[in-house]
Design a protein around this ligand. Structure first.
Ligand code: BGP
Length: 478
């Protein structure tokens, strides 16, 4: 028996994002969104980073988001499968461009609103709490074209209008909101995180931090609007979490690990505490960054901090000041981590570090004292059906078991955790690689990297395992 107890009402479930599951990319009046321009294959990397060849899909490229797993037409049967596992919550995101196809309309697209109405009704039918992200890696392409996306102040007001519209519409249906998915992703994959595009010679850091300021203000305005419109709702900010370890105890390595952590904490420091951290001033000065702000910004940030901290955790990270170490052992993840010899790694080079999960949760709670909601955690792996067509994903069960157990320990350490929505309940398009073969689900989807397959759903071994975890409120992880 476990030596920890998950609280009553703990929100077990799964997490998805519109751009990775819905497909139907131009159906129901939806406008083109940034992820619809991210091709599969080698060209995806530069696009995610902001070097975007065209603001229209190109002939001859395959764009996995256009069809994705067609959740748009399968959501009822998919939700029924989640209900079978006993989900208490489902995290989804609203595609901004389904509600405002260009991002600039005054009147929302009713068909888009109706789609999410119906989705939320379906969740309610199964007693599942929706957890809704306002922006999960998508910006209407029109706003990129006209304003350069989040680099422009204009977009703050447009986002606020979008946020208010969905709060009004879904006020009786949605009580858990998240403003920006993994807001710190803006620094690593700026087109994916914030729709930013660059030309040669741009001062990339200046543009990124100006855009970050706009997202931070927009996030605070969304918190304000949410509290006004839905007083009994909670709205969180979200971090792609995973602490940096120093490669050695050389103080220079320790200092570097602190600096790397601060790159991410920067965002949450503002969203959770309500003001720019002290170290930002020096950082801006040394990097020739000068933010254009408005007089009311300080007050907006201070008055409307997030209610809870949502986090994703896949890996810890490691950093070193020794160029030899860095050169020899950089692993594949977007945060540019050095290979840590003490932990295993996934097929995609992401470290597998459940103790790091417990440490990270503790670190975040020590820093912010806000309840934590783990809204993503899971293992991307290649699943191969056996001769009977079954998928025995014991590796996934092992990953989840160790991480859920580490989260249980963090609860015993005293951290209030609202829930756990694993990434992902069903196979979907990978955000970073665009692949289908990087699978996370309890439910297999028959679709390959090129978009072939019937899209039929089938249960993996982990399906029944997770069902049991939920039924025992995390006590039975065997
Ligand atoms: C997070 C994103 C998700 C998701 C997950 C797994 O960064 O919020 O959208 O996809 O990581 O990453 P990937 O799909 O790249 O394996």
């Amino acid at each position: 028996m476990a030596n920890y107890t998950f609280p009553d009402g703990f929100l077990w479930g799964g997490a998805t994002a519109a751009n990775q599951v819905e497909g139907a990319y131009l159906e129901g009046g939806k406008g083109l969104t940034t992820v619809d321009l991210m091709p599969a294959g080698e060209k995806r990397g530069p696009v995610m980073k902001g070097y975007v060849p065209s603001l229209e899909p190109l002939e001859g490229e395959f764009y996995p988001s256009h069809e994705a797993i067609d959740f748009y037409h399968h959501y009822k049967s998919d939700i029924a499968l989640f209900a079978e596992m006993g989900f208490k919550a489902l995290r989804i995101s609203i595609a901004w461009s389904r509600i405002f196809p260009t991002g600039e309309e005054e009147i929302p697209n009713e068909e888009g609103l109706r789609f999410y109405d119906s989705l939320f009704d379906e969740l309610k039918k199964h007693d599942m709490e929706p957890v809704v992200t306002l922006a999960h890696f998508d910006v209407p392409v029109h706003l990129v074209e006209k304003y350069g996306s989040w680099r422009s102040r204009e977009v703050v007001g447009l986002f606020e209008h979008y946020a208010k519209t969905v709060f009004q519409r879904y006020q009786d249906k949605v009580k858990y909101w998240v403003t920006f998915n993994e807001i710190n992703m803006l620094l690593h994959l700026p087109f994916m995180g914030a729709g930013l595009t660059f030309q040669e010679g741009d001062n990339v850091k200046q543009i990124q931090y100006q855009a970050a300021h706009h997202q931070l203000v927009a996030s605070a305005l969304a918190v304000k609007a949410c509290h006004e419109i839905i007083p009994d709702a909670q709205i969180g900010c979200m971090l792609a979490a995973g602490m940096f370890y120093p490669y050695t105890c050389d103080p220079a390595d320790v200092k570097k690990a602190m600096d790397r952590d601060r790159e991410s904490f920067f965002f949450i420091d503002v969203q959770a505490r309500g003001y720019y951290p002290s170290y930002a001033k020096r950082f801006f000065k040394e990097n020739n960054i000068s933010l254009v702000t408005e007089p009311q910004d300080e007050e907006i940030l201070a008055a409307h901090t997030a209610d809870y901290l949502a986090m994703s955790y896949y890996s810890s990270r490691t950093t070193s000041t020794d160029p030899e170490i860095t050169r020899k052992s950089t692993s594949g993840n977007v945060f540019g981590s050095v290979r840590n010899p003490y932990v295993k790694k996934s097929e995609w080079g992401w470290t597998i570090d459940p103790l790091g999960f417990r440490i990270t949760i503790n670190q975040l709670y020590d820093r912010y004292q806000k309840p934590i909601f783990v809204v993503e955690n899971g293992l991307g792996a290649i699943d191969t059906p056996d001769e009977n067509g079954n998928i025995e994903d014991d590796y996934r069960i092992e990953y989840l078991r160790e991480h859920i157990s580490a989260m249980g320990e963090a609860i015993e350490d005293g951290v209030p955790i609202i829930g756990y929505t694993s990434w992902a309940p069903i196979d979907m398009v990978s955000a970073s690689s665009g692949e289908m073969k990087k699978r996370y689900g309890y439910i297999y989807v028959d679709r390959d990297n090129q978009g072939n397959g019937t899209k039929a759903r089938s249960k993996k071994k982990s399906f029944d395992w997770y069902k049991k975890v939920i039924a025992t409120n995390g006590q039975d992880l065997d």
